[in-house]
Design a protein around this ligand. Structure first.
Ligand code: GTP
Ligand code: SPV
Ligand code: MN
Length: 581
């Protein structure tokens, strides 16, 4: 046992080692040598493969168990004292029952295995908004991913030694069976127990478990926000820079928007990446919202990444990246659907592509890479206080109805836009894809408490902050009668961001409609864009389906009564009245 002054940590590691009967204990330092040792260990045990070194420097492939490739929401629980606090949006288990179950699952689970103690910091190490955690795990894959995704090791342990509070996450890969898989959260005590999965969102406990489920609970008590949002800076040719945050559900475009490359005709525009998945926001002394990215890396969707869609991402994953569940070409380069070069030879399961069925790369195959690898990474991401936010954007995958961009009329209306967003399901979670489901603020799988109270908390910012950002809703995913995306998306999304920022600066008009403010086509820069004018007009107008949609909104909000803030119902009434007229 190395020297740690924190008795709570010492005691918990001792107890966990005893429960799991781990053979060894390894305290992670986060050093490069340690990373390399773990890589070598995994190469030896065939749990990691080195990729083609001509094209990919120090990059590796990990193949997970085929039953363990995405988050498993039905096996994820919030174990608050009161069931009502978890709300209808979470699976709930009584903490006592959860602890008993956990003890059974973890008992003897690390026999003959090494227990790694992984101290980490979510957020810049010296930021007052950052939080500490320690993950105990038996998975070297988890350790190397935590090294990339968080500020991991000695510097975090030093803070914990100083007596700072930390979240305790206990993780064991177990036998990876779905039957034994549980992801349990104890929000009151800041604990996470995760068993029988090695997949990112289930196993890298700093990410969704800590930085969203536990943190959202704490944020409500502390008067801040923990959100499933990217953070991006947009600099125009005059050198004016605005930061925006955007919440899109899993696999709906956050990574892509966070590092987009401006279209060719946008000379002099620059994009600055702060974060691609999680934002923690606080009200600053000046009454504005400021955001930090608690993460230090990207755990991004691989399929669809290409020179055309996301060249920044393509470049950053050519060195020091870990790929999970992609395919391989004959010469050992990674391959995925949407990649424009090479041919797959071995699929994500390790089978020959000539005889195997299904996609070559898993649709939820991922890369793990340090933020520092990203050419558009913004130094401001390391600043203690975070970046000031000029606009909040919500968006989902909606093949119809929802316009390209919609501006809220007030903070409360904006909160309603977020609360009632819906999106088609993706491969980021197990279950059928393409099914439309409500996903408030893209937090459906991640809010650690009752959505009614969560919306109340959002509404309360009208009183907490004097200079709140405007709220927008976007939709890149409307399709035509042939199922083709109408909007080109990716880099061209900057055209929509430009309109949003013009509105923020009071430099563009808008059409007022019952559902919100829409852009005038004349205010959108559509130069060099090959898109049907009629289709575009449709994208920027109020669809007749909104009357029906408001009925869905009604019945969805009803599920969270009696906790739905009255402000949201008032906004619903205004929209309905407007549509009737
Ligand atoms: P998580 O990491 O799961 O939270 O996802 P994310 O929101 O970061 O999603 P990401 O940016 O990785 O995008 C997921 C998929 O959507 C990829 O296959 C992208 O190619 C695709 N995508 C992203 N942006 C756009 C867009 O503007 N238009 C279209 N049509 N597809 C997009
Ligand atoms: C998501 O599913 O929203 C992700 C990937 O960002 S994971 O971290 O695995 O949840
Ligand atoms: Mn995510």
């Amino acid at each position: 046992m190395p020297y740690t002054k924190n008795n709570s940590l010492k005691e918990w590691v001792r107890e966990s080692a005893k429960l799991t009967q781990a053979k060894n204990i390894h305290w992670c330092t986060g050093s490069e040598e340690e990373y390399q040792e773990l890589i070598n260990l995994m190469l030896k045990s065939d749990t990691l493969y080195k990729l083609n070194t001509d094209e990919y420097r120090d990059c590796y492939l990990h193949r997970s168990d085929p039953n363990d490739v995405a988050r498993t929401e039905h096996l994820t629980f919030v174990c608050s004292q009161e069931k009502d606090q978890a709300g209808p949006n979470n699976n709930w288990m009584a903490p006592k029952e959860a602890r008993m179950l956990s003890n059974e699952l973890f008992a003897g689970s690390m026999k003959d295995r090494t227990l790694y103690v992984v101290p980490y910091c979510m957020g810049p190490i010296s930021s007052p908004y950052s939080q500490l955690g320690v993950e105990i795990t038996d998975s070297p894959y988890v350790v190397i991913n935590m090294k990339i995704m968080t500020r991991m090791g000695t510097q975090a342990l030093k803070k914990i030694d100083e007596g700072k509070p930390f979240v305790k996450g206990l993780h064991c890969t177990g036998d990876l069976s779905v039957e034994k898989r549980r992801i349990l959260h104890f929000p009151e005590t800041g604990e996470i127990h995760s068993f029988s999965s090695g997949y990112g969102g289930n196993a890298l406990l700093g990410k969704k478990c800590h930085a969203l489920r536990i943190a959202s609970w704490q944020a409500r008590q502390g008067g801040w926000l923990a959100e499933h949002m990217l953070i991006v800076g947009i600099e125009n040719p005059q050198g004016e820079k605005h930061y925006v945050v955007a919440a899109f559900p899993s696999a709906c475009g956050k990574t892509n928007l966070a590092m987009l490359i401006p279209p060719k005709d946008y000379k002099g525009w620059k994009i600055w990446t702060v974060g691609d998945d999680i934002a923690w926001m606080h009200v600053g002394d000046d009454g504005r919202l400021y955001a930090i990215n608690p993460e230090a890396g990207f755990f991004g969707v691989v399929p669809g990444t290409s020179e055309k869609t996301n060249p920044n991402a393509l470049n950053m994953i050519k060195q020091d990246a870990i790929f999970t569940n992609v395919a391989l070409t004959a010469d050992g380069a990674p391959w995925w659907e949407g990649k424009t070069s090479g041919t797959p030879k071995i699929n994500w399961k390790g089978e020959d592509c000539d005889t195997a069925t299904g996609p070559a790369a898993h649709p939820n195959s991922r890369f793990t890479v340090s933020s520092k690898n990203c050419a558009s990474y913004d130094e401001a991401a390391e600043s203690q206080n975070g970046v000031p936010i000029s606009a909040i954007i919500f968006g989902g995958r909606r093949s119809n109805l929802v316009p390209l961009v919609l501006e809220s009329k007030s903070w409360e209306h904006g909160v309603l836009l977020g609360a009632t967003m819906a999106s088609q399901t993706t491969a980021a979670a197990t279950g059928e894809t393409g099914i439309l489901r409500n996903d408030p603020m893209a937090m459906n799988p991640f809010c650690g408490y009752h959505f009614g109270s969560y919306w109340e908390h959002w509404v309360s910012f009208a009183k907490r902050a004097t200079h709140l950002p405007r709220i927008y809703n976007v939709n890149w995913f409307r399709t035509d009668e042939n199922g083709k995306f109408i909007w080109p998306g990716f880099g061209d999304n900057l055209r929509v961001l430009e309109w949003i920022l013009k509105r923020v600066d009071g430099k563009a008009q808008a059409k007022e409609t019952p559902i919100g403010n829409l852009p005038l086509l004349s205010d959108l820069n559509l130069e060099h864009l090959d898109i049907d004018k009629e289709a575009l007009e449709k994208l920027c107008s109020v669809d007749s389906g909104w009357i029906e949609e408001m009925k869905n909104v009604d019945s969805f909000l009803q599920k969270f009564e009696p906790k739905v803030p009255k402000e949201l119902w008032q906004e619903v009434s205004k929209i309905k009245d407007g549509l009737k007229a």
